[in-house]
Write a protein that binds this ligand. Structure first.
Ligand SMILES: [Zn+2]
Length: 107
């Protein structure tokens, strides 16, 4: 059997069939303003999703700068693997916008 559905401890995605799960690719992110020379790694389907995940996580560690309208320029590339060289760095702008939630409650 393939084990019970759960979140992957490596990439964080939900696994309906853990035995069939393959982690999404790993992306490397440079954000000199905040990380200096350090880089961070994020699992995501593409570079844009990696940037979104990175923004979501870093925003909650900071003062929600993105949620408050701050934008940041970062560099993202496909991380090297055992068999592949890293991809070329590409520039992405991270930002966020608040979403509106509508409610109706009976009085
Ligand atoms: Zn995974």
């Amino acid at each position: 059997m393939g084990g019970l559905p759960c979140f992957c401890p490596t990439c964080g995605n939900f696994m309906i069939r853990p035995d069939k799960h393959r982690c999404s690719p790993r992306w490397e992110i440079k954000y000199p303003d905040w990380l200096g020379d350090e880089t961070k790694f994020v699992h995501a389907h593409d570079a844009g999703e990696a940037g979104e995940r990175f923004a979501r996580v870093t925003d909650s560690y900071g003062d929600y700068e993105f949620a408050n309208g701050h934008e940041a320029e970062v560099q993202i590339r496909r991380a090297a693997t055992d068999t592949e060289e890293p991809g070329p760095w590409e520039t992405y702008i991270l930002s966020a916008e608040p979403s509106v939630e509508y409610h109706a409650r009976q009085k």
